[in-house]
Ligand binder design. Sequence first.
Ligand code: KG4
Ligand code: ZN
Length: 334
Amino acid sequence: MILAVETSCDETSVAVVREGAILSNVVSSQVALHAEYGGVVPELAAREHLRNFPSVARTALAEARISADELDAVAATQGPGLPTALLVGFKAAQAAAYALRKPFVGINHHEAHLYSPWIGHFDAFVPNVSLIVSGGHTILALVKSELKHQVLGSTVDDAAGECFDKAGKLLGLVYPAGPEIDRLAEQGDPNSFDFPRPLIADPDDDFSFSGLKTSVRYFLRDNPHLLNEPQKIRDVCAGIQAAIVDVLVTKTIRAARRTAVNCVTASGGVTCNRALRRQLENACRKNGFTLRLAERSLCTDNAGMIGILAERKLLAGNSPTPLDVEIEPGWQIS
Ligand code: KG4
Ligand code: ZN
């Protein structure tokens, strides 16, 4: 029975997991708090984590119908993330492990996303190419066996989710704009406006999205009247989304073909995007790949994925993390 904590950004989350199952996964989102600033304000996030953590933790234990003394281990996101936000959950989890005299496991947030498509299905694990696509990063990894992965490429500037959010801000949409662009694009024509697809023809596995964001800025500067026409806004959203999704799907499928795996997985907040899910499904069907997408509720940040990865690591014989280690805000997987 593992208690897991995630506070790397603007979600306060605590989960209880046991034998591969998530017994509770409570997520308290701060999205509304940060919306008025157009992005996450680190100090506000930390203060809010402090305020929310006790009740989120109590609810997670209550929903799992266990008491703290039934726990066998405690896990928390160690990095990457906003330092002040990470500190709150990580130190609370270390303190709990110390008080309960139980092992502690520090988890890499991206690695937890990477394995989230397998939650509930680890018995079916096969080598795969994995796309991690969130607000903080865009990564393509080759996962050769469980807990053995190699990063093939990542974004050299903005993450795909960041591009959704920044393009949405230029369109006057509320933060985070990804879900809103997804909704508006469903009623828009992706062919009305053509946006660049950076690095799509590049043979390597890196991404770049800041140029696309800049082209949206210049496009709206030169066509400000479009912002007064609701259907045009939907068409622009569909055009931006099509560009982002095209790049993600093309590069993921190319990497899967090159590395000769039979399976593709995707995880992270942007994996909620309907066009991305549809296009990955079509492309995988056409290429004969099995596709495994993280469940929608496990795509955005949550402690369930942190607890499941901690359990897989302990079961694989990995040593617990010493209690005197610190957060690692810049921790990248390699
Ligand atoms: O994984 P996540 O919750 O946090 C990070 O680790 O970054 O991802 C959040 C990101 C945000 O940029 C948000 O706009 C994006 O995921 N996102 C979406 C959708 N839902 C969330 N982007 C596009 N379409 C969506 N439906
Ligand atoms: Zn994340």
